[in-house]
Design a protein around this ligand. Structure first.
Ligand SMILES: [Zn+2]
Length: 225
């Protein structure tokens, strides 16, 4: 399983619990962070005129995933300017091939008001996945911005991992103060996904990560090679 995300905190936001569950079930899981995120200065730091070093946010990613057994890869492109062109598609395809990706998680294709890097990478990754023969399923995680056309059909129960997800998001110290990293919003999103698709489970207090899918391959155990 491979999560290909634009920025250093995106995998935690989109699919932290899902990746942890997959790793616990024995899957080899890798997070590929495409940009260095150095342009994503936190609100307080920006007010102080502070800039981020090129490796600062990668350290936060390592802290967020520390001792989870999940592998990390950093492509180091500049954030804010991703374009779904041949270079980006080829770079993602090379990572998916290198990692023998079977299931890809990336950003939503329907996040019309989401960050431009998320939209560009979603298109590039979905395109690259069509040329990786091992990749049988593509999931698109929920955008951070609420005002989008995101329409999930896949839920992963993360109730038992929600506290760890909140802690992982807090590891992104340079981003402190951003509303979408807050405990309240994380809990809201995890509940809202259930209220939308499984209200009885949501009423029972279950928490979820939600996904759209552009490719979903179902197969028998004998086909799993
Ligand atoms: Zn992002």
């Amino acid at each position: 399983m491979v999560a290909v995300v634009a920025h250093p905190d995106d995998a935690e936001l989109l699919c932290y619990g899902t990746l942890r569950r997959a790793a616990a079930a024995g899957a080899v899981v890798t997070v590929v962070v495409v940009t260095h995120g150095a342009n994503g200065v936190g609100l307080t730091d920006a007010a102080d005129g502070r800039r981020l070093g090129p490796h600062e946010r990668a350290e936060e990613v390592r802290a967020a995933w520390h001792s989870t057994g999940i592998q990390l890869a950093f492509l180091g492109l500049p954030d804010g300017a991703l374009v779904a062109d041949r270079q980006l598609i080829s770079a993602v395809e090379a990572e998916l091939t290198r990692l023998d990706c079977t299931l890809l998680i990336t950003h939503s294709l329907n996040a019309d008001t989401d960050h431009q890097d998320h939209r560009a990478l979603a298109a590039a990754a979905a395109n690259a996945a069509t040329r990786v023969t091992t990749c049988h399923t593509v999931l698109h995680g929920e955008p951070h911005a609420p005002r989008t056309a995101f329409a999930p059909t896949v839920l992963v129960d993360i109730t038992d991992i929600l506290d760890d997800k909140i802690a992982a998001l807090a590891a992104h110290r340079t981003q402190a103060g951003r509303w979408y990293l807050s405990r309240d919003y994380t809990c809201h999103r995890a509940a809202q996904a259930g209220w939308r698709l499984r209200p009885a489970a949501a009423a029972a207090g279950r928490a979820y990560e939600a996904f759209e899918t552009s490719v979903l391959t179902l197969f028998s155990q004998e086909d799993r090679s």
